[in-house]
Design a protein around this ligand. Structure first.
Ligand SMILES: Nc1nc2c([nH]c(=O)n2[C@@H]2O[C@H](COP(=O)(O)OP(=O)(O)OP(=O)(O)O)[C@@H](O)[C@H]2O)c(=O)[nH]1
Length: 136
């Protein structure tokens, strides 16, 4: 990964809402941030628009389709391996979409928004949760 804040790795993530709950996914063993919880998503490929990456990643990781309701403010975060720029999108499952299944994660859970502030969240997701809980 790139180490510069001017050249971060772009990552998209989906805040998938279902009623009052939001989907969290647990990162699998052997990966960076293993065991921590994140919003599903992944890296944006070269030449890909963030929303395109979001739909591709969600199909790969969860086998589901979403409708994007809102794009949140990007988060620039430094990990010890480099900088990422995380683009959050608030979504709902598309009508007729398959249920999300964890193809790449250890586990999926639906949590109430007030319970998103947890110590085992991926650090770059903390400002996303803050934005969700404190809309401007
Ligand atoms: N998908 C996703 N990634 C996140 C979130 N928050 C966060 O810090 N990341 C970080 O963004 C990076 C890119 O996500 P990824 O899911 O494509 O990464 P990966 O570990 O599968 O691929 P890699 O092993 O090649 O780095 C990871 O290092 C991941 O830890 C999040 O909410 N969703």
């Amino acid at each position: 990964m790139n180490a510069s804040p001017a050249m971060p790795v772009d990552v998209v993530c989906a805040v998938i809402r279902r009623g009052e709950q939001i989907l969290l996914a647990q990162r699998p063993p052997g990966k960076r941030l293993a065991g921590l919880w994140e919003f599903p998503g992944g890296k944006v490929d070269a030449g890909e628009a963030p929303e395109e990456a979001l739909h591709r990643e969600l199909m790969e990781e969860l086998g589901c389709e979403v409708e994007v309701l809102q794009a949140g403010p990007p988060v620039l975060h430094e990990y010890d391996w480099g900088w990422i720029r995380l683009f959050p999108f608030v979504c709902v499952l598309s009508p007729g979409s398959a249920e999300p299944h964890p193809h790449e994660h250890t586990e999926l859970i639906w949590v109430f928004q007030k319970n998103l502030e947890r110590p085992d969240l991926a650090p770059a997701d903390v400002p996303v949760v803050h934005w969700l809980c404190n809309p401007a």
